[in-house]
Design a protein around this ligand. Structure first.
Ligand code: SN0
Length: 317
C-alpha cells in the first residue's frame, strides 16, 4: 500500500484484518519497522481518538511522531493553483507539502468538508493537494468524503463480536443538532460492501447518501423494520446530501433507544464517537453491555498500526 486515503486503497481485506489481529495480540512485535522514521499528523479539525490512536500505533512501531494543529499553529494555506497571494493566506500547499515531506516519512491529514460546496468537497482539495505535492505516503485521518481508518476499526470490531458467519449490519441515521459530514457513513458503507455481511441502511426519506458510494446497498426507510434481526446497529448522523449540508430532520423518533434495540437480534450498538447522548442514542443503550463503542475505539490503534505496517513495508521494498 502506497497511500491510504480511501477504503478503496485496501488491497486485501482479509489479509489486513489478520494483520490487525496479529498486531492486537502482540502490539510491540515490530518495533524495528518504524525505527528512525517519522510520521507527521496534521490536523485542520479537532480529534481525540484519531490523534491519540494513530500516535500510539506509530509509537508501537518505533516511529517518531510530530503532531501539528495546522489551523491554529501553522500559516494559513493557499490551495488554489495560480493564486495571487495577497489575502491572509501566507503559504501555498506546494511548498508546505514538499517541506513537510523532508521532515516526515509519512504525512497524515485530517480535513473536514465545508458542507457548503459539494463539488469542492468532493474534489478533496486538501488531501489531493498533499498527495500531489508531497513526496511521501499520505494517510487520511478523515477527509471531506471518507474516514477509512475508522472503517478498518469498525470491520475489525464486527469480526470480533459477530456470532454468525454473515451478520446483519444496520447503518442507522440518528438525529443531531449540528450539520455533520458524510465521511464516516461513506467509508462504513464502502467497507460493508467489501465484507461478508448482510448490510442495510436506514434513514428518513430524503437523507440518501451519495448513490455512487451506496451502490446496490439495501435501503429501508422504516427504522423499526430495518432493525429486525439485526446483529449490529451502527448509528451515525449525517447532514442532508442532496440539499447539501442542510439539517432537514431532527426527528427524535430516530434516536436509538432500548425499545428500538429490543427489535433486533440482541444487536451490539456501535458508533465512531464522539456521540451525543440522548440525541443519537439513549443513556440506557450506551451504558449497557449492548454498547461496544469503547472496544470499537480501542481497535482504532490496531487498525492504524496495520495500515502503517503495510505502508512502511511497501516503502522498504
Ligand atoms: C465528526 C463526523 O465526521 O461526524 C467526526 C467523527 C469521527 N463528528 C463531529 O464533528 C461531531 C461533532 C459534534 O458536535 O457532535
Amino acid at each position: 500500500m502506497k497511500h491510504f486515503t480511501s477504503v478503496n486503497d485496501i488491497e486485501n481485506l482479509d489479509e489486513l484484518l489478520l494483520l490487525a489481529k496479529q498486531i492486537k495480540s502482540n502490539p510491540f512485535g515490530n518495533k524495528a519497522l518504524g525505527k528512525n522514521k517519522t510520521i507527521g499528523l496534521l490536523f485542520f479539525n479537532p480529534s481525540l481518538r484519531t490523534r491519540l490512536s494513530t500516535q500510539k500505533a506509530a509509537t508501537n512501531l518505533g516511529m517518531n511522531t510530530i503532531v501539528m494543529n495546522l489551523n491554529n499553529d501553522g500559516w494559513s494555506l493557499e490551495f488554489e493553483d495560480g493564486a495571487i497571494m495577497n489575502s491572509n493566506k501566507a503559504e501555498h500547499v506546494k511548498e508546505a507539502a514538499q517541506v513537510i515531506s523532508q521532515y516526515c516519512d509519512i504525512i497524515a491529514i485530517r480535513s473536514f468538508p465545508s458542507l457548503t460546496d459539494k463539488t469542492k468537497d468532493e474534489e478533496e482539495q486538501v488531501l489531493n493537494s498533499f498527495k500531489k505535492y508531497a513526496s511521501v505516503p499520505v494517510i487520511s485521518l478523515e477527509s471531506a468524503t471518507e474516514h477509512p481508518l475508522q472503517a478498518v476499526a469498525d470491520i475489525l470490531t464486527i469480526s470480533e463480536f459477530k456470532t454468525k458467519k454473515k451478520p446483519k449490519v444496520v447503518l442507522s441515521w440518528a438525529p443531531h443538532p449540528k450539520a455533520l459530514p458524510h465521511a464516516v457513513p461513506n467509508s462504513f458503507a464502502k467497507m460493508m460492501q467489501l465484507a461478508d455481511v448482510d448490510f442495510v441502511i436506514t434513514h428518513p426519506k430524503g437523507y440518501e447518501l451519495n448513490p455512487e458510494i451506496i451502490g446496490k446497498s439495501k435501503i429501508v426507510h422504516n427504522q423499526d423494520e430495518a432493525f429486525k434481526d439485526a446483529d449490529f446497529i451502527y448509528a451515525k448522523n449525517w447532514s442532508n446530501y442532496n440539499e447539501y449540508g442542510q439539517i432537514l430532520s431532527q426527528d427524535p423518533l430516530w434516536t436509538i433507544t432500548s425499545d428500538k434495540m429490543k427489535l433486533t437480534n440482541s444487536a451490539k450498538f456501535m458508533h465512531c464517537l464522539p456521540v451525543r447522548r440522548n440525541q443519537i442514542v439513549s443513556d440506557e443503550v450506551l451504558d449497557s453491555e449492548t454498547s461496544i463503542v469503547i472496544q470499537q475505539a480501542n481497535n482504532r490503534t490496531y487498525a492504524a498500526q496495520a495500515i502503517l505496517t503495510q505502508i512502511l513495508e511497501n516503502e522498504n521494498n
